[in-house]
Write a protein that binds this ligand. Sequence first.
Ligand code: SAM
Length: 279
Amino acid sequence: MHENQLYVVATPIGNLADITTRAHQVLEMVDIIAAEDTRHTKRLLNHLGFSKPLMAVHDHNEAHAATSILEKLQAGQNVALVSDAGTPLIADPGFHVTRAVAEAGFDIVPIPGPCAIITGLCAAALPTDRFIFDGFLPPKTSGRQQYFNGIKNEERTVVVYESPHRILASLKDLAAVLGEDKEVVLGRELTKTFETFLRGTVTDIQNRMLADSNQLKGEFVMMIRGAASKKKLEVSQEALDLTLLLSEELPLKKAAALAAKHTGYKKNQLYQLALEARE
Ligand code: SAM
């Protein structure tokens, strides 16, 4: 371990066994840990079997905390930054600290680990080749509806965080703006005892939550399937069907070229769409 480094350390989002070996080692070796809630981090350290000087870094003191972290680095100390759960800076404090540390020329070393976005996505069974994360949903209906309107044509999977006391109201706004058939996956209590994935249309999910109030408890990641690709609308269904039919006898490239000649559409476009349709 070098001196004067800031380690940004991911910690478990529920299951304490998810701490990585490297995170454990780094937390044990640094001189001080900057934590979102020092009591919370103390419990993690107790579980790991050691103690360490802690300082608080939260939304309300981050600028001031950044200055004291810089002083520690300048004095030759190593500092770890953690949040209450998961990866620091992901809907959590840390941006101002990393900015100040980078500007002062010190190294920032990421120690990767749990993050609710990735944990949810990897088991949601939704497309993950492209996705966006938009933080927490706005707290009020008007803001949420405006937000959902803004993602109407979003083709990528959309991931947001939501709190348990707003989850039903958010699903209602989602159905009102994006339609009752919009496909949604809720990841609840991930890595914990009552981990649940609710998959289906937004109406299915609302009904299941209303039928079982346990489904309203805990922490949620909401994942919303993206809108159907607009590319599909740019060629006729007949042209795509023809390409697919020809591709039963010919290599897809040849089928697309032949269908393009016949229909006037671009062969690359037909090729891409037929490829997606086959998948
Ligand atoms: N930095 C964290 C991360 O890496 O995911 C996120 C911190 S943010 C303040 C807390 C929110 O993350 C929760 O309200 C919830 O939406 C989501 N979250 C955190 N842990 C979760 C879990 N175990 N299951 C589901 N969602 C979780």
